[in-house]
Design a protein around this ligand. Structure first.
Ligand SMILES: CC(C)(COP(=O)(O)OP(=O)(O)OC[C@H]1O[C@@H](n2cnc3c(N)ncnc32)[C@H](O)[C@@H]1OP(=O)(O)O)[C@@H](O)C(=O)NCCC(=O)NCCS
Length: 146
């Protein structure tokens, strides 16, 4: 259903525009980015940025950090199983090809649609946590079990 390709400098404008949509930023702690900030983010060494592609069209963003994944799709692409498809493919790649011992996601507890999507991708709830330095509200730790 989906393909993944690394995000690069040619994606900076697209990603800035996507984050400027409140329907995207509200799932990303309200953050928006300038072109320069986005270029810097894409160049981070500890976070791998990927573009989710459906039928040759970019429809979302997935990033891989030390422990796990973050993802969003543009609003028009949601609700068709594309997110779970891309997340499962990346999680399997990380475990099988790169030997990662575990792959996690950390959705907010209020984001029930995302929790269901992560379950469809093969993640299961491990524990629940209160807000902390990296989370504005209570959140759920989920781990990929395939
Ligand atoms: C979470 C996300 C990546 C899942 O990908 P997806 O392809 O939409 O996943 P699914 O098709 O399995 O749908 C998952 C849920 O999205 C919700 N959904 C369905 N259509 C939707 C739409 N048009 N807009 C928003 N949410 C929608 C539903 O609650 C659905 O769950 P349900 O069918 O059990 O009710 C995607 O919905 C998204 O980008 N959401 C906003 C960003 C986000 O929450 N990211 C995750 C942060 S942890």
């Amino acid at each position: 259903m989906t393909a993944l390709r690394p995000a690069d400098a040619n994606d900076v404008e697209r990603l800035v525009a996507w984050h400027a949509d409140p329907e995207v930023s509200r799932y990303w702690d309200g953050e928006t980015f300038t072109l320069a900030e986005m270029a810097e983010r894409l160049a981070r060494e500890d976070v791998e940025p990927w573009i989710v592609v459906e039928k040759d069209e970019p429809v979302g963003f997935l990033q891989v950090h030390r422990e796990g994944l973050d993802m969003f799709l543009i609003p028009a692409a949601r609700g068709h199983g594309l997110g779970p498809d891309a997340a499962r493919a990346m999680a399997e790649h990380l475990v099988r090809e790169r030997g990662r011992a575990r792959v996690t996601v950390d959705p907010y507890a209020w984001n029930e649609g995302a929790v269901r999507a992560w379950e469809r991708a093969g993640f299961v709830e491990v524990s629940r946590h209160e807000a902390d330095d990296e989370h504005r509200a209570s959140w759920i730790l989920m781990e990929f079990r395939g």
